[in-house]
Design a protein around this ligand. Sequence first.
Ligand SMILES: C[S@@+](CC[C@H](N)C(=O)[O-])C[C@H]1O[C@@H](n2cnc3c(N)ncnc32)[C@H](O)[C@@H]1O
Length: 275
Amino acid sequence: MAGHGVQLGAVQETLLIPLYGRAVENRKAEPALRDPRAEEIVSAIDYDFDRFAELPSLLGTVLRTSLFDRWARDFLTAHPDGTVVEIGTGLNTRYERVDNGRAHWFELDLPDVIALRRRFFTDTPRRRMIAASVTDGGWADVVRERAAGPYLFSAEAVLPFLGEPEVRAVVDLIADRFPGSLLALDTAGPGIITTQDRHDALSKVEARMCWSCADPAGLARWRPGAQLRATHTLTSLPQEMYEALPAAYREMLTGLAAQRLAQVEEYRLNLLRLP
Ligand SMILES: C[S@@+](CC[C@H](N)C(=O)[O-])C[C@H]1O[C@@H](n2cnc3c(N)ncnc32)[C@H](O)[C@@H]1O
């Protein structure tokens, strides 16, 4: 359970980590991204965010979000009337940063998260929240009935919390119901899963990751014709993104890359094209 004022289940509570990461980032003089909404939301929620203060992985959440933003922007540049589906949206604010005034957006999460989200965001004709588990396929009907493709599915920091059979079922569902779509997802390798009790942020909450993915290239073999379009670690971000980061971050990432830590090497941000 999250703190007084927020009633969330264990896995749902994890949304407060990237939310806090973006709020902290927004206060910096030279940030990787701006997110004034995250700062407002953090100050409106009664929760002990201090437990996450100064954690190194907060910047990791911000860099991950920036790369997912970049993929969403690229998608909307190619398909301005396309549809973005945020799976496990938490209190993310990608719409605020990336929307182009034309696309459709769906923001899906478990019912208690959507109830919390509705305190801060409202549905519009182009932006709708869906209260459901990603593993219950009914949400796909809602998306298909209301918005045409092409589709980008953005599952940021969500699927590692499911078991592998559930992740496979989600990938199959998206491939079956939305052929040709893109799926952005992160993967954590076995060295991360086995040491997560010592992870700086996860050790502060109850939820644990379940799905271990040693090599995201294998995801493309789950469905014949699927292609892994991109895969990055936090220390091998796309060159233009890396160059646009504040100098202090570039220096830190270069130093981190040299250490070749399993925790960094095994955490990957991936873009999969489904057949
Ligand atoms: C670490 S948070 C990430 C939130 C958001 N994507 C972000 O980056 O700010 C994980 C999110 O996945 C959601 N989640 C976990 N299991 C889910 C499921 N079966 N269906 C839908 N959402 C789920 C949680 O409720 C939570 O909001």
